[in-house]
Each structure stands twice: as C-alpha cells, then as structure tokens.
Design a protein around this ligand. Structure first.
Ligand SMILES: [Zn+2]
Length: 99
C-alpha cells in the first residue's frame, strides 16, 4: 500500500514530503535543519528521538527503520522520519531559519 503510494508520488515529487517517495537521506535532512530522527513503534506507539549526528550523510532516513527495534515491546515495525519538531524548537540556533 505504502509502496504503491510512493510510486505515484515519484511523479509529482511533493517538495517537503519527498521522503515518502524518493528516500530522503541524512544529508538532505540536515540541509533542512534537522539532525535527529523521530522514531515511532507501530505496535505500541512508543516514541523516541534518535540523534544521528554520528551517522554518515548518505544513509537514507528510511534505512533506519530496518535497523531499529522498540525498547518497550522489542517490536521491529518502526516508523522513522525526520524529527521536524526539532526544526521548530532549535531552528534559529544557526540563525538561518528566521521567519
Ligand atoms: Zn513498541
């Protein structure tokens, strides 16, 4: 289901939602002012913020889904996306996101 959606979106390439189609990598994410991932367990809804400062930039955000495991229920169905809320909180840290 999701894969089919992604294929459709490849044609239209929604700007900031690009990660649902073509894989957004850490380099791309960092360019958007985000340096951590928001992970959510699809089984128990446990959420965690994962700092990826030490991860190589070429890694796709979605590639972390296969590598993560829920610390609450040990489930492996993890949804990972850029932690956009971090951008809102720390967005002005480097002064480039003013208004
Ligand atoms: Zn879980």
């Amino acid at each position: 289901m999701r894969e089919e959606l992604a294929k459709k979106q490849l044609k239209e390439l929604p700007r900031w939602q690009g990660y649902t189609g073509p894989p957004m990598d850490l380099a791309n994410m960092r360019q958007n002012g985000v340096r951590s991932l928001a992970a959510r367990c699809l089984d128990c809804d446990h959420r965690a913020i994962v700092n990826v400062d030490d991860q190589p930039a070429h890694l796709a955000v979605k590639s972390f889904e296969a590598r993560m495991c829920c610390t609450e229920c040990t489930g492996r169905r993890i949804d990972v996306r850029p932690n956009w809320s971090e951008r809102a909180v720390t967005g002005n840290a480097d002064g480039r996101h003013a208004k």
